[in-house]
Design a protein around this ligand. Sequence first.
Ligand code: UN1
Length: 499
Amino acid sequence: MEKKIYKNYINGEWVESASGCTFEDRNPADNREVIGEFQRSNPEDVKRAVEAAKNAYDKWRLYPAPKRAEILFKVAEILVKRKEEFAREMTQEMGKVLKETRGDVQEAIDMSYYMAGEGRRQFGQTTPSELPNKFAMSVRMPMGACALITPWNFPMAIPSWKLMPALICGNTVVFKPATDTPLSAYNLIKSCEEAGIPKGVVNFVTGGGSEVGGPLMKNEDVKLVSFTGSTAVGKTVSEACAPAFKHTNLEMGGKNAIMVMEDANLDLAVEGAIWGGFGTTGQRCTAASRVIVHKKVYQEFAEKFVARAKALKIGNGLDPKVEMGPSINENQLQTVMNYVEIGKKEGAKLISGGNRLVKGDYIHGFFHEPTVFADVDPKMRIAQEEIFGPVVALIPCDNLQNAINICNGVVYGLSASIYTQDVNKAFVAMRDIYTGIFYVNSSTIGAEVHLPFGGTKQTGNGHREAGTAALDVFSEWKTVYIDYSGKLQKAQIDDLNIS
Ligand code: UN1
């Protein structure tokens, strides 16, 4: 691939950063390969982008939602046309296998079509008034310039979860993508430009957290910050926005569990645990990093699971035979290796993997073996903390109630699942697991765009993305009363006599 310098997109123009500096986007499967150079933006760029978003807002909010929708629909069609190209570039820039990056682009397509549909919905309520000759309704109101700050693990899907609902509600945006995946973000923004998004409505500024993210969330013209990333960074967003009561929508960590009951279809459960634990190299907030297995089937499950984990083909995600790619960067790989050491020290039994891959071409990337710890105590750090890598903790349990307690016994609450053939067990778990997403006889991953996505406890701050829940993030309700009685009527006070 030809090395190219990519620019910021501010007020409808592709511009260089005021800093005059760029940073490199490299392939985590082969770190020698530079995908492109992106602007190392600074607070001055942020200021200009917010200014542009602020100025474009009044026109955009008054442009009818069904017309805004037509632009979103066009974005979807451009993504459909260029899906394969964008998926390949995504695999090159962040390492997950081509099947998954196709899914990532598809998720952005789905979200764009879905939110285009909302252009003709965004339903409010109309309801009778308690007074005669008075009309009552509620309508959604956009909020202004929104900041979107996104992670690298779903480089196009997650930005689309924020961008599309923000736009359909009539907001303008400044988008700062993760520094590890600016190309996929660029491809999405380029598609918006091609679809005819008016100038200033979508602004794109690449660069680091302290130079771009910090100033962006603190800018007083930014009305809402939508962030997906670590709980630690989410806390700083929350704190930065609290003094001005700026709206925040935070999607953060997970420590998701699959519960495998004694009556489960074990092969299906193994399949789900492999996909949940090692899909995207374990770098999903919805990854199944814990598998809680009934002791009656624990041994058999562990053997089958390890056999599958050991057989996984690891390598460059562009190779169709490869099933698991690298970690995103050296830092993330070091975190994984560090947790493997922690697990060993805590006394968990390492039954598969545990090492960085260094032979041959692996040395140029950030590859790690799929790793399985057995007999993990639910209180151990490897069973409590988000690792974001290919490390799975197997935890034995005595019964359903015990499994539920273990599953709920972490600070996060994103996703969970149960494998059982017993409908009663499935319903009890569905009721008692305190997560934002729950699956029966399926892995912890597989969210669809038209349903709420998000989690409880330290995973989120009470909001949900996707579905109509996303509209609640990117709009505020305005309740409107219209009195056509021609006199002063008083709610709760007037006496109405019928005779
Ligand atoms: C994430 O885990 O970071 O359900 C997002 C899924 C995907 C989205 C995951 N559709 O796994």
